[in-house]
Design a protein around this ligand. Structure first.
Ligand code: HEC
Length: 172
């Protein structure tokens, strides 16, 4: 007959061993699930001009976007209807900023120039309703808006746009 202390000790020991092995299985499942998620859905981190953006920047950018840009580019970044066709005045409507548009084809340097100085900054003599925000928004605010816009982009768009930005800027 085992002493009660021994039985208790064995039970505890077995219990601990079982708990440890369950923990090991759970954690290896978790590791591999996380690993798979990164492989399948992994999103490149958001950067502006090569510098990583914080969640706080994205939040600030969301508010600034709603106040300054959403009236033309859409509350959900969806752009104006029929944005691929020139309007009756011959000018292009506001394109989406989500991945259905072409904002992610352009380097940060061009996007910042357009936001500061209007479309004419990158295409001489082009007339559009895109305002110039140079007087209204500081660099950090413009970068926060870009961080928010980029938070809507899937991985391939983020990576491609990071590459065009790197290629466009010799100092990045
Ligand atoms: C009054 C309407 C209006 C507002 C407000 C506005 N935009 Fe625009 N934006 C336009 C139009 C129209 C175009 C397209 C011009 C063209 O292609 O000729 C444009 C183009 C752009 C482009 C170039 C996009 C691309 O994919 O080529 C960027 C970047 C942009 N806007 C950013 C912004 C940001 C950021 C804000 C807010 C800070 C903003 N815009 C506010 C009308 C507006």
């Amino acid at each position: 007959m085992m002493s009660p202390e021994l039985v208790l000790g064995l039970t505890l020991g077995l219990g601990t061993a079982a708990a440890l092995s369950i923990a090991a299985v759970v954690s290896s499942q978790k590791d591999s699930a996380e690993h798979q998620a990164v492989l399948q859905h992994g999103l490149a981190p958001i950067t502006v001009l090569g510098a990583p953006s914080t969640d706080a920047m994205v939040d600030i950018g969301q508010g600034l976007y709603a106040a300054n840009c959403a009236s033309c580019h859409g509350a959900e970044l969806e752009g104006e209807p029929n944005w691929r066709q020139p309007g009756p005045n011959g000018q292009m409507p506001a394109p989406p900023h989500d991945a259905s548009g072409h904002t992610w084809h352009h380097p940060d340097q061009d996007l910042i120039a357009i936001i500061k100085h209007g479309i004419g900054a990158v295409q001489n003599g082009r007339h559009s309703r895109m305002p110039s925000f140079d007087e209204k928004l500081g660099d950090a605010q413009i970068e926060a808006i870009l961080a928010f816009i980029k938070s809507s982009w899937p991985d391939h768009a983020r990576r491609l746009q990071q590459n065009v930005t790197r290629e466009a800027g010799s100092n990045l």
